[in-house]
Write a protein that binds this ligand. Sequence first.
Ligand code: HEM
Length: 407
Amino acid sequence: MPSTSAQQAFDQTVGGQRDPWTRLAALRRDLGVVEGDAVPDAGAGNDDGGRRFAVLRYDDCARVLRDNVTFSSRVYERVMGPVMGHTILEMDEPEHGRFRRLAGHAFRHKALQRWESELIGPLAQETIGRFAGRGHAELVRELTFPFPVQVIARILGLPRRDYPMFQELAFTLTSVGAGYRASREASHQLAAYLLPIVRDRRASPDDDLISELALAEIDGQALSDEEIVSYLRLLLPAGSETTYCSIGSLLFALLTHRDQLDDIRREGALVPRAIEELLRWEPAIPFIPRLATRDVTIADVAIPAGARVTLCLGSANRDETRFAEPDRFDIHRLEQQQLAFASGPHMCLGMHLARMEMRVVLDAVLDRLPDVELAPGPEGSDTADPHMHGLGFRKPTCLPVRFTPRS
Ligand code: HEM
C-alpha cells in the first residue's frame, strides 16, 4: 500500500526521484540494514523522533514480512489511519484475518474471471478506441491513468458518472506527503459520498462488493457504516493508484526495450513473464513501513523495540545475490519471484486483479496499435523526456507514442 513519506524528504535521500537504485545498491551491498535518513522513511507520518532503520536485502525483507508478530503493521495507524480510518492495512492478527476475509474472496483469481470478459477487456478496447484513429497519444493521460479506477469502482458498485470525482478524491487521500489537510478533507468528502450508497445497499443489495460488505458479519455482528467506509477508502486508492503506476511502467519498460517487445509480439505467452519482470524491476510501491515490537537483529544490526522499519521492496527486488544483473529489465530471466506485492499475511489483496489489468491492457495495446513506439515531444515540452520517476509511487512521467492510425 501507498508509502507516504513527505516528498521533499524523499528527494533528499537516495539520489532523487529518477534513479534511487544506484545508491540503494551500494547501501544494500555494504550494509544490508541502515539506520537513519539514508533511505526514504515509509512511516514518515509517525515521526516521533524515535529510531528508524531500513532493510535492503531480499531475504531480510521476506523474513520481516513473514514475521508479523515482531514487525507490526500498526505503524500505519498514524500514517494512513487519520485519512483512511481503521483498515486491514494497519491491523494485526487476529483482527486482520477476520476483516481481510470479508473482501478476500472477491479478489480471488476465480472470482475475477467474470470481470475480465464483462468489464476489463471491453473497457480496454473502448479506451484505446478513443485515440486509435489518431496516430499518436499520451498513454498515461489517455489510458493508464483513467483505466484502473473504473475497474475497481465497478467491482465496488459505484455509479459510473461519479468516476472522475472519486478518482481525484482517492488520489488526494493517499497524497498525505503533500499535507494531511487536503487528504483529510478528501477523506471526509469520500465518506460523505459513500455513506448513502452503503445505506442504500444494506436496504437493497446488488451484485457488488459494497453490498457484500454491507451484508457481511463478523461473529454474528454486521459491520458498522464507518467500518465499511474505511474499507472502501482503502480499496479505492489501493485498486487504482498502484495499478495505474504499474500499467504505465510495463508499457514504458517494453517501449524502451524494443527487442523484448518484439519477442512478445512473436510469442504472446511471454506477457505474464513481462509482467512479473516489471513488478520486480520497478515495483509501484518501493518502500513500506513496519514497527518493531521487540528487540531484534537483522543483518547483524540490532533494532530496538519501538523502532520504525522501512522495507525497501524495490531494493530487495534488485538484490544481486538473487537476481543476476538486477538492474537489467529482462523478461527472459529464470528467477521471477519478487516482492512488489509484499508477502506474508498482508500480501496485496488485489494482486490477481492488478496482474489481470496489466495483461489485458498490454494485449489490447499490441492488438490495436501493433507498431506503437515511443515518440518524445520537442525539447522543452512536457513530453520531451519520458522516464521512470518517484519514490512514494514509481511510474513513468509520460508515455508519448505514435502508431499507424486504425479504426
Ligand atoms: C501492481 C499493482 C499493485 C501493487 C504493486 C500493490 C502493492 C501492495 C503492497 C506492497 C501491499 C502490502 C502493504 C503492506 O503490507 O505494508 C499491498 C496491500 C494491499 N493491496 Fe495492493 N498493490 C497493487 C494493486 C492492488 C489492487 C488492484 C488492489 C485492489 C483491491 C489492492 C489492494 C490492496 C489491499 C486491500 C492491501 C492491504 C492488504 C492487507 O493489509 O492485508 N492492491 N499492495
